[in-house]
Design a protein around this ligand. Sequence first.
Ligand code: ADP
Ligand code: MG
Length: 339
Amino acid sequence: MADIIQLLPDHVANQIAAGEVVQRPASVVKELLENAIDAGSDSIKLIIKDAGKTLVQVIDNGKGMSTTDARLSFERHATSKIRNAEDLFQLHTKGFRGEALASIAAIAHVELKTKQPHDDVGNTIVMEGSKVTSQDVVVTPQGTSVSVKNLFFNIPARRNFLKSDNVELRHIIDEFHRVALAHPGIGFVFYNNGNEAFNLPISNYRQRIVNIFGTKTNEKLVPVEEETEVLKISGFVGKPEFAKKTRGEQYFFVNDRFIKSAYLNHAIASAYDGLLKNGTHASYFLNLTVDPQTIDINIHPTKTEIKFDDEHTLYAILRSAVKHSLGQFNIAPVLDFER
Ligand code: ADP
Ligand code: MG
């Protein structure tokens, strides 16, 4: 029998990886913003056209890349963020998989401009479907600009599967909120179709929340602070009277990364025990800091889920910290006659 197994060419492998990493324009926004943060930027600009279907651009003032690194950044499994498997458990960066730029370049037109602080000129690289179409020196400010145009240009099925501009923009705004909330120490500006949608100056956490969700939010926030050996909690929960029918403003960050956790969400809901009207949900903006050794982030390509070593302990600490904060604010249970 003839041998039938073949190694897939890189551009095919990249396109397959892209299927996991890039679901929609908002995924590109997330990956580019995270790279800008990992580069140590304190000012980041996000530019969107047509809900990201024609353009997603992120411009940062971070450390930039050398000529060689600029080219390597588009290779799969190429990363400056980890060196070995042990590093996965002491992560201080958002990225580590080294596949975002390779994936994005496999399914879009990408233009990179980047310059390191000590260089006079920078580098530009244009990629189309995993191929370099031009590479040159360029005059550009310190930092990196990545433009992603015509997403899914070579995968019509994915392109057709995209939702309306309104829906895709909503996803982008959600991603932007998550990243901006996790990093109040970074200034963000967001232009949507040429209009300034958000301008968030460097600030503290409370101000960042208020700048995003409006001045009225300020009076709704109850501070939560707790520090134990295994978990540090800092942030805010919403006063019960402001609870809403939708689950909109519920944010957990673990080591500065937005995380979805039904289990920890339940810890909070149960801390509100008796304080919420049936069918309503309190807002929360909580930063959890844990030893990176006690979590595994590498369980999903988009890194929005985490495996905690000891979820039960975190649940108990979180629940009691939130309960304590709500109690301090003398919030009495509501008498809910509808129940
Ligand atoms: P990862 O972030 O997982 O390392 P990416 O594909 O997102 O993988 O990026 C590959 C590499 O390119 C990064 O490790 C980093 O060295 C470099 N890079 C990407 N974006 C930027 C940026 N905005 N500024 C500086 N370096 C960047
Ligand atoms: Mg990355």
